[in-house]
Write a protein that binds this ligand. Structure first.
Ligand code: APR
Ligand code: ZN
Ligand code: ZN
Length: 361
């Protein structure tokens, strides 16, 4: 059996997305069919539409989603119809070198559905990050479904599927922020603001938010930043040093993805401190640093891919903390929109007032 559902498709490079009817197959072995309830709009969806990821058009966009499992294929035991799940793009394989070494958050071989979803004429769709959830239903590998407490709304739960998890994970998993640490976060969009929240959750004593946009700084402050620095008019490195007794921060999280801001992060940390790069650079960007400084300053330079998260460990834990009132995820849902408003949400991304627009189905 197949299902005909409405979905947001990017047909060609730079062209506005369109609402289309697509065909979703019933789940085969190892797959799950998910009735999507909510899906956030992420920069990566826009990058797909602009042809910045690859040329495998048409894309089925959307990947920060939560919903209910409708049916599962042969051999699926981890999730069952009726389960409320967050979709992830790290369905660990259990077989690759990273998994076998007990580091599944670096899994090199994450699973996606084997069967293809198609347009009505049979053209195969490429689901964004192997998910494709701007759709009433989507087909994924069962391992891409992580069961969480149904008491959280789908709009909030879906956030953990990508950007918010990346930011929180950059602090708690990659940066290993701990009680009493000083942290600076450079760039406070959706990802950086989540890094502020993650640092606060981890017990950081000082959280310095840096951005060039005062709106973003005001939001960061609401979410737990203890200090803010507008680096348009102030030297970020000097300001962070001043706020940390002249030393620099224990952990600096770069959530912009540019060489200039990476350099700021590099010099704004204390000796032997940690830099975490969670912002995603573009292919032409280059970084130049005196090698003697890399050596002499010691410490740790890391990057954080999907917040080094392990969905089965992190999603249920973060939803539980949210339900206990210890993690403000509601603040990230700036607006809820309909399936045919994704293009408008892309336009608003450049504005600066939106942390997340979330499609609710
Ligand atoms: N210095 C400080 N902040 C800056 C600078 C700069 N030079 N340039 C931009 N910013 C700020 C912006 O004002 C904005 O608040 O960085 C923030 C970027 O936020 P968003 O555009 O909302 O992006 P976000 O979703 O947070 O993602 C950040 O992580 O996942 C990647 O591709 C994503 O590279 C991007 C980064
Ligand atoms: Zn693996
Ligand atoms: Zn994303």
């Amino acid at each position: 059996m197949t299902h005909q559902v409405r979905a947001v498709v990017a047909r060609g490079k730079g062209a506005p997305v369109s609402l289309e009817t697509i065909i979703v197959p019933d789940p085969g072995p190892g797959e799950a069919l998910v009735k999507v309830e909510a899906c956030g709009v992420c920069h990566t969806d826009l990058h797909y539409r602009e042809g910045g990821i690859n040329d495998d058009f048409p894309f089925l966009l959307g990947h920060e989603a939560a919903g209910v499992v409708e049916s599962v294929g042969e051999g699926v035991t981890d999730v069952a119809p009726g389960d409320f799940v967050i979709l992830n793009w790290r369905a660990v394989c259990g077989q690759c070198r990273a998994c076998l070494r007990g580091r599944p958050w670096y899994c090199f071989d994450t699973h996606n559905a084997k069967q293809k979803m198609t347009l009505l004429d049979g053209t195969e769709l490429s689901p964004a990050l192997g998910i494709g959830a701007f759709a009433e239903k989507t087909l994924v590998a069962a391992g891409q479904c992580t069961k969480v407490d149904r008491a959280a709304s789908a709009a909030v739960a879906g956030l953990l599927g990508c950007g918010v998890m990346a930011g929180i994970g950059a602090a708690i998993n990659t940066g290993n922020v701990g009680r009493g640490d000083t942290v600076a976060v450079i760039g406070c969009g959706g990802v950086g603001a989540s890094a502020v929240v993650g640092s606060s959750l981890a017990g950081a004593a000082k959280i310095i938010a840096v951005d060039i946009d005062d709106h973003k700084l005001a939001t960061a402050k609401k979410l737990g930043a203890t200090h803010t620095v507008n680096s348009k008019d102030t030297d970020a490195v000097e300001a962070i040093r001043e706020l940390t007794g002249g030393f620099g921060a224990d952990v600096v999280i770069e959530a912009v993805g540019r060489p200039e801001t990476y350099k700021q992060a590099f010099y704004a940390r204390d000796l032997a401190g940690t830099v975490v790069l969670v912002g995603v650079p573009t292919p032409e960007m280059k970084l130049e640093l005196p090698l003697l400084d890399v050596f002499g300053r010691g410490g740790t330079l890391k990057s954080s891919w999907y917040g080094d998260c392990l969905p089965s460990r992190d999603f249920p834990m973060l939803i539980d903390l949210y339900l206990q009132g210890r993690l403000d995820l509601d603040a990230f849902v700036t607006e809820t929109i309909a399936l045919n408003d994704v293009e408008k949400a892309f336009e608003r991304m450049h504005g600066g007032d939106v942390l997340r627009s979330v499609v609710v189905l």
